[in-house]
Design a protein around this ligand. Structure first.
Ligand code: PLP
Length: 430
């Protein structure tokens, strides 16, 4: 039953809009009411009514070691016992910064903030300050958090001004953002040819994973890199999902692309609120107090959040990268199993995967590379699948556009049970 969750839901809706603190959690796109979780154990979450689910949300990516990993819990508890925050330098900041900068050769320096949104917002400000230009280019289907100038969608006609994608974002802000389709070399080269000298930064997700999983080709990523260099625009690689998930050097390592600035969040905080942005010393020293670009944070780099990040990254990076081989193995097993279920039922659906990130493309044909190629009909199918899987103890993200995350706490047993649940669920809904 869901009595306790139901009771909390009703109380929550009185005091929080749609009962939540972040919109997708409200289950609006899959129907039903969200469960309230009481605890997490490894790859499982347990709701207030004691129902247990194999978790493929993993707090939307951060929990790459699974829930309540003992090393992370210990590190957080130890740090907390010595003070939650000083608003002054602490050892943990240095340690985490050293880990992050040694994993990615293009990062000479980083600055920690408290969310991915903040990391991206600050990186964009730094890019504008460093170039003396105002315009930012982003791509449809990429999410970069909720800073005003990135809550923008394409205006009418390519390469025109963007329009706000949320009320409350002034038109005049959106005018500084240009939105292009992904995987469209011509549109990008044309834009850079026409307006390259006004563009401060081009921002792209390491692997776009917020509207399906839109895997870009290495050639396209390199073209974006080269065009930025040619026109003096900075390339910001948004590694908030991909950083330390795909490997020590994230998507930059996967594609062999070297960004000017990179942004981090999710995994680097191991479940605590941490974001970071970084790049060359030259660029990073444009930040206050050394330089003219202002950015600050009361809780930035607090020892407790840093401790969670350090424990998470140390575990991930121990043993020469065997953790990533394991994530690849688990991801591949889940991908193959679900694909086999779709195949046996003669469904034209596919499973898109990069490492431990998977997405169900519930549509015909090749996996899409552009947001525009995702068919909206998949939303209804996904909603049915989501419910059928929850009933079988498998928790997927409550939106067709969201990906699945596998953690190191998942194992063959839970993955095979998940595949079996898929088999039953798919048969039920088709
Ligand atoms: C989650 C995400 C963000 C925003 O991070 P928050 O911590 O939610 O503010 C930014 N960029 C990407 C690619 C993300 O996936």
């Amino acid at each position: 039953d869901h009595d306790r969750s139901g009771e909390l839901y009703r109380r929550a809706c009185e005091v929080m809009p749609a009962c939540v603190n972040s919109p997708v959690r409200a289950f609006r796109s899959v129907g039903g009411e969200p469960m309230f979780y009481e605890r997490g154990e490894g790859c499982f979450v347990i709701d207030e009514d004691g129902n247990r689910y194999a978790d493929y949300v993993c707090s939307w990516g951060p929990l790459i070691l699974g829930h309540a990993h003992p090393d992370v819990v210990d590190a957080v508890a130890t740090a907390a016992a010595s003070g939650l925050s000083f608003g002054a330098p602490c050892r943990q900041e240095v340690e985490l910064a050293e880990i992050v900068t040694s994993a990615a050769p293009h990062l000479e320096m980083v600055r920690f903030v408290s969310s991915g949104t903040e990391a991206v917002m600050s990186a964009v400000r730094l890019a504008r300050g460093a170039t003396g230009r105002d315009t930012v280019v982003k791509f449809t289907g990429c999410y970069h958090g909720h800073a005003d100038h990135l809550l923008v969608s394409a205006g009418s006609g390519l390469a025109t001004f963007g329009t706000p994608s949320s009320d409350g974002v002034p038109e005049s802000f959106a005018r500084h953002t240009v939105v292009l389709p992904l995987d469209d070399e011509q549109a990008f080269v044309e834009l850079m040819g026409d307006r390259g000298n006004e563009i401060a930064a081009v921002i792209i997700e390491g692997v776009p994973a917020n509207s399906g999983l839109l895997i870009q080709t290495p050639d396209y990523m390199q073209l974006v890199r080269d065009e930025c260099t040619r026109h003096g625009a900075l390339l910001i690689l948004d590694e908030v999902i991909t950083g330390f998930r795909l490997g020590p050097n994230g998507a930059a390592g996967l594609y062999g692309v070297v960004p000017d600035l990179a942004t981090y969040g999710k995994v680097i905080g191991g479940g605590m609120p941490v974001g970071a942005y970084g790049g060359s010393r030259d660029l990073m020293e444009k930040l206050a107090p050394l330089g003219p670009v202002y950015q600050a944070g009361t809780l930035s780099g607090n020892p407790v959040a840093m401790a969670a990040g350090i424990a998470t990254l140390r575990t991930l990076l121990a043993d020469g990268g065997s953790a990533y081989a394991r994530l690849e193995e688990l991801g591949a097993r889940l991908e193959k199993g679900i694909a086999r279920v779709f195949d046996e039922d003669n469904l034209p659906w596919s499973v898109v995967r990069v490492g431990s990130i998977l997405w169900l493309a519930l549509q015909d044909g090749e996996p899409p590379r552009r947001f525009e190629d995702i068919e909206s009909a998949c939303v209804e199918t996904y909603a049915a699948l989501h419910v059928a899987l929850l009933e079988r103890g498998v928790s997927l993200a409550p939106s067709a556009y969201e990906v699945m995350f596998v953690s190191l706490a998942h194992d063959e047993v839970v993955i095979d049970a998940t595949i079996e649940a898929f088999q039953e669920a798919v048969e039920e809904i088709t």
